[in-house]
Design a protein around this ligand. Structure first.
Ligand SMILES: [Zn+2]
Length: 290
């Protein structure tokens, strides 16, 4: 995929997986055959797989190159991570780092890693297995984490009723222990191009990341929207959203921002073409996926 230009920045999608993977009835309580049929024209084949009846959700990072820096947004599932609750993500082995290299960047050259939140499919490549230990994959990067999300996952991990949080332990804590984590509170400008903006709901510390360069803009929305059907149905939460009312508010904020500013929406899991412009039409939003 040719990198996308946003002003002087380029943004490349680094794929980990893109295949039919989630049962829509388990992700969206409101899903129905009628909804599927009403949206079939645009959903098939990139966003919904007819043969399996599964959603096609991509798992990818965004590699932003701007101001001489290499910034990686979200870190997918990672290799060799035990994730028995999600069989497709269990002990994965993908050529993700080869794809990053094909985009022109070796792990040593990543300057900043930013996670929109700390769920397991956004932190995995933060670390890699080295002689039985989890170590930072990007040895020279500072890793920017939302403090609210860090505190939330740390509390879950310490809660005997929830049990140990594997992704927190193997993909977040080793980065903190290596002294490479930078916790940010509230809105935070990383530099003149990138701003972290709290959008709580999916998790308490979920952030959107805004990119601006030379009058052009993009917004990295993580899991504030999982699937493009949520542009048509902004009140649909996924079953993974922690605070339903806040998640709906944050989703509308993202859609209104993109529709009002023309910013390119760059979510973490939309199917091809993986990004879209948002048009506001009356009280509805339309995704432009071509
Ligand atoms: Zn996700």
């Amino acid at each position: 995929m040719t990198p996308i230009r946003v002003g002087a920045a380029t943004v490349a999608r680094i794929e980990e997986s893109y295949e039919p993977n989630f049962d829509p009835r388990l992700v969206f309580a409101e899903w129905s055959d009628d909804v599927r049929d009403a949206h079939r024209d645009w959903m098939v084949p990139n966003h919904f797989d007819v043969a399996t009846g599964l959603l096609k959700l991509s798992v990818h990072s965004w590699l932003v190159r701007v101001g001489g820096r290499n910034v990686l947004i979200d870190a997918c599932v990672g290799n060799h991570k035990p994730r028995p609750r999600f069989p497709k993500w269990h002990l994965m082995e993908t050529p993700y780092l080869d794809r990053l290299a094909a985009a022109g960047v070796r792990p040593e050259a990543i300057d900043v890693v930013m996670c929109t939140h700390l769920h397991s499919d956004h932190v995995g490549w933060n670390t890699r297995l080295d002689d039985g230990r989890w170590v930072p994959t990007f040895p020279n990067a500072r890793y920017v984490f939302s403090r609210a999300d860090y505190d939330y996952h740390r509390a879950l991990d310490a809660d005997p009723a929830k049990g140990p949080q594997a992704a927190f332990r193997d993909s977040v804590l080793p980065v903190v222990e290596a002294g490479r984590a930078e916790m940010v509170d509230g809105a935070h400008a990383l530099d003149e191009h990138l701003v972290v903006d709290p959008h709580p709901g999916h998790t308490p510390g979920t952030v959107a990341i805004r990119l601006a360069s030379r009058g052009e803009a993009a917004l990295f929305s993580g899991d504030i929207l999982h699937h493009a059907i949520q542009v048509h149905h902004p009140d649909w939460n996924s079953s993974f959203c922690a605070d339903p009312a806040a998640a709906r508010r944050s989703r509308r904020r993202v859609l209104e921002h993109c529709a009002g500013s023309g910013a390119l929406l760059m979510p973490a899991h939309f199917g091809a073409p993986f990004v879209c412009r948002i048009e506001s039409r009356g009280d509805r939003f339309i995704p432009h996926l071509d």
